[in-house]
Design a binder for this molecule. Structure first.
Ligand SMILES: Cc1ncc(C[n+]2csc(CCOP(=O)(O)OP(=O)(O)O)c2C)c(N)n1
Ligand SMILES: CC(=O)[C@@H](O)[C@H](O)COP(=O)(O)O
Ligand SMILES: [Mg+2]
Length: 631
């Protein structure tokens, strides 16, 4: 096995193209076997095997800087840079990250997980190098999906202007997670699929170039004609207009071609864009045929050659599915409802909605900022936009939420999926901050359901709410399998629900943490502590009546939320008491601590930060006697 002898990039430097081809096959087997056990991002990695090998042969990492966009396709890079042995720990707690991490290897140049950052980061590296008068090469590898993100174009705009030496490898596999969308995608398709178009353009461009040299009176006119033709006819003209030298499209699985063009790009002055065409899922039939189904695979998928991923039937529906199904029902009743997703139609549960309401569904590409303002614009016309977005990606649209949605107090529903700890994707993807960063914005209201049944009622309540923006946050994964009500209920605005009465301590919980609190109450009851459990439902507005009653009772209060403590529900309640000049309330906030939470199975992560029933019970048991003593 060639792979056995590969522990760092220099081990592949002298391999022939034929040997690299064999190594590529071995790497594909390695990936398939390992991911069958650990799960992880699958299709993208199978697609970049040859590209990664060629990059590491042509460039000299870590002196030369290879910067991955999103980073979900960096597994082959990890294999070639001494981390083969860590694959059994991939995305496990304390194990190897699923993304590049500067702390993990000197070959990882930039921490990543969100898309469209690579060109900006690479330009930072390139200009830093120039200022320091160093000699390294810089290359960004960005997918066609990530290329739909505004940041990528902000960076092209800057890079083409400053003309620093750098290479952008555009890895075009025609896929985002779902099928890629938009005008840029259509443009890349034109460049890619129509060789006649490309060669015709090249021929005509050279004829026009010659015409430009005639030097008589008509020169000016011909030059103008040439320039307007050129825009249409020179391949990759869009990138050329940005100031890049465009090369390609080339076959991203042909190692000879890859090496030739990477070398040429490396030796070209100024910014270069090399357009490489690859197949997502290459080497694994099911992933290649249906790349959207195997963008990532869960633990234990069936790795028999060509086998479909094992679908683990869960007892309870996911919150995502309940969101998607509910939105269809709501849209059937309310023709103003429209759904927006920034490139996550599958992950956000909107595939069926898109089938049923193709004209009311908008996948805007990886463009969270645009999605936010687009929703605001739609709301101005009287539509009821539902912006379905992961908590972590909503971070990208923060100004749009403030400036475009909240200042104008527009009735946009923000359906925040993946709120709380998402697990294996780690720091970059945990939905830890949305509660804190939304709560401080005037006009917005925020809810979180205790289970999947309450989610449907909250979505209904949000869809009926016309006074301004409203967010419903819900977690990744399955609900509790609770009975789903047949009809929707309008939830009383800003009101909580007491799910268990008690006199010794009040646990005010948000979202599915209500169930953790209920379990803690059972544990506490065994020790004679009588806990009242409240499902807060709303983080904003707060149930002030409840809070005043609790302050009056003198009960110890615990707040429990799967969100950053700083700025979360507990903070909101403390602010309320401070504003009311109510002193003497003893409140202990439980939630996510002031640190980035790494990757790992969700329950392992929750245990690690003390967000489980036993920890809640233990905290209460230490505090109740203290409180009683003081009383
Ligand atoms: C800002 C942001 N939005 C959405 C995502 C979710 N996401 C991860 S990979 C991906 C598709 C990226 O497509 P592409 O860059 O073409 O890479 P491919 O998966 O095709 O290899 C998306 C939408 C993300 N990581 N970051
Ligand atoms: C890399 C990335 O951002 C996505 O692929 C993400 O990992 C998807 O997460 P879900 O599995 O929660 O949809
Ligand atoms: Mg792609």
């Amino acid at each position: 096995m060639l792979l056995d002898k590969v522990n760092c990039p220099s081990d592949i430097k002298n391999l022939s193209v034929e040997q690299l081809g064999r190594l590529a096959e071995e790497i594909r087997h390695f990936l398939i076997e390992n991911l069958a056990t650990t799960g992880g991002h699958f299709g993208s990695n199978l697609g970049v095997v040859e590209l990664t090998l060629a990059l590491h042969q042509v460039y000299n990492s870590p002196v030369d800087k290879i910067i991955w966009d999103v980073g979900h396709q960096a597994y082959v890079h990890k294999i070639l840079t001494g981390r083969k042995h860590l694959f059994p720990t991939l995305r496990k707690f304390k194990g190897m990250s699923g993304f590049p991490k500067r702390g993990e290897s000197e070959h990882d140049m930039f921490d990543v997980g969100h898309s469209s950052t690579s060109i900006s980061a690479a330009l930072g590296y390139a200009i830093g190098r120039d200022l320091k008068k160093e000699n390294s090469k810089v290359v960004a590898v960005i997918g066609d999906g990530a290329m739909t993100g505004g940041m990528a174009f902000e960076a092209l705009n800057h890079a083409g202007h400053v003309k620093s030496d750098m290479v952008v490898v555009l890895n075009d596999n025609e896929m985002s997670i779902a099928t890629n969308v938009g005008a840029i995608t259509n443009y890349l398709t034109k460049l890619r699929v129509d060789p006649h178009y490309s060669s015709f353009k090249k021929d005509l461009a050279s004829i026009l170039h010659k015409i430009g040299n005639v030097g008589d009176k008509t020169e000016k006119y011909l030059k103008r004609l040439r320039d307007s033709f050129k825009t249409l006819l020179v391949p990759g003209m869009l990138f050329e207009e940005f100031g890049f030298t465009y090369m390609g499209p080339i076959d991203g699985h042909d190692l000879t071609t890859l090496k030739k063009y990477l070398e040429q790009a490396r030796n070209t002055k100024g910014p270069v864009l090399l357009h490489v065409v690859t197949q997502k899922g290459k080497g694994y039939a099911v992933a290649a045929d249906a790349p959207d189904k195997m963008h990532s695979v869960s633990v234990g998928f069936n790795a028999k050659p060509g086998a479909a991923p094992k679908v683990v039937k869960a007892a309870a529906p996911t919150y995502t599915k309940v969101f998607g199904d509910t939105l269809i029902k709501l849209a059937q009743q309310n023709e103003n409802i429209v759904a927006i997703t920034p490139a996550m139609p599958i992950g956000s549960g909107l595939v069926k909605f898109a089938d049923e309401f193709p004209n009311r569904f908008f996948d805007v590409g990886i463009a969270e900022q645009h999605a936010g303002t687009f929703a605001a614009g739609l709301a101005c016309t009287g539509k009821k936009p539902v912006l379905a977005i992961y908590s972590t990606f909503l971070q990208r649209a923060y100004d749009q939420v403030i400036h475009d949605i909240c200042i104008q107090n527009l009735p946009v529903v923000i359906a925040i999926d993946r709120a709380g700890l998402v697990g294996e994707d780690g720091e970059t993807h945990q939905g830890a901050f949305d509660l804190s960063f939304l709560r401080c914005i005037p006009n917005i209201k925020i809810m979180m359901p205790k289970d999947e049944n309450e989610l449907q009622h909250m979505l209904y309540t949000a869809s009926e709410y016309q006074e301004g923006p409203i967010a419903v946050r819900y977690p990744r994964g399955n609900g509790y399998g609770v009975k789903m009500d047949e009809s929707f209920k309008l939830l009383p605005f800003g009101k909580s629900e007491t799910v268990r009465d008690g006199k010794d301590v009040a646990v005010l919980a948000l979202g599915p943490m209500v169930h953790v609190a209920e379990h803690a109450a059972e544990l506490l009851a065994q020790d004679g502590v009588d806990a009242r459990i409240v499902n807060m439902r709303f983080a904003k507005p707060l149930d002030e009546e409840l809070l005043l009653e609790l302050a009056e009772s003198g009960m110890l209060i615990i707040t429990l939320e799967e969100a950053a403590i700083a700025g979360g529900l507990g903070s909101a309640i403390l602010e309320f008491y401070a504003k009311q000049r109510i002193t003497g309330v003893e409140l202990f906030p439980m939630g996510l601590p002031d640190q980035f939470i790494e990757h790992g199975a969700p329950q392992v992560l929750l245990d690690s930060v003390g967000l489980n029933a036993q920890s809640v019970a233990d905290s209460v048991k230490t505090m109740v006697p203290l409180k009683q003593k003081r009383a």
